[in-house]
Design a protein. Sequence first.
Length: 301
Amino acid sequence: MESTGGPYLNTAAVTSPVGIARLLQMTFGCTTFSLVAHRGGFSAAYGTFCMFVWTFCFAITVFIITCEFTHLHSCLSISWGNFTAAFAMLATLMSVTAAVIYPLYFVQLGCYPIGCEVRDFRIAASVFAGLLFIAYAAEVFLTRAKPGQVTSYMATVSGLLKIVQAFVACIIFGALVNDSQHDKYVATQWCVAVYSFCFVVTVVVVAFSVTGKTALLWFPFERSVVVYTFGAVLLYVSAAVIWPVFCFDSKYGSPRRPDLCAKGRCPWDSQLVIAIFTYVNLLLYIVDLAYSQRIRFVSHL
């Protein structure tokens, strides 16, 4: 705990710009899932996902505010700065996804057949979901590493990109299990192995950073992360070449969407989503590698 004679409560946890952003997150999150639960309603996997995002982010935000306000975070055996930075980035990605999905599937302009009251509640919930995303994005902006500042790894561009890379990989996995026919060729199975390997290693890097156990490793953590990022770029380059060839070349797959392919259950659609996000993650890993090299250069000045 804190040294004797110091304040028992940390008022800066709720009065600083970051603290205010977290209070807004708590307020907007509670309002959003309350509106949905009261009259807005949700159904199917998409609605359940949105409710999970709002309740999960609300619970963790309350936990963070409580720990910082009472200094209880000093009792936890984790790297608090890495944990809060990683969660803020993850919550930003999850909240923007929910803010897009909920109005897309549940909001309509007309009152029929759900009724005007339900429609109004859903519109209000969508507005607060958008505000929730802005609040989490504001925290990421406020806590990100500034040039020349000594800060937690997860608050740097490289650390934040690790969260985005893992999130994009989850989108790829979701498309893979949606009848993507990835087991049709050995080449596409290789792509699945690339996605899985990079996802696991990225999660391990984040886990070691958040738990603060990097100093216990018998090898240099920073250098190893840069080497891994370079390897991930090469692996994703191979996937970015192989996956489109074996899915959209006329010799192996279909260059166009089949006319009789059912909407929502079409392997071609899943393959297209995987191809798009493969290039997205490749770009993220390239930016991560470039930034890591820049950090190494600056650190030697």
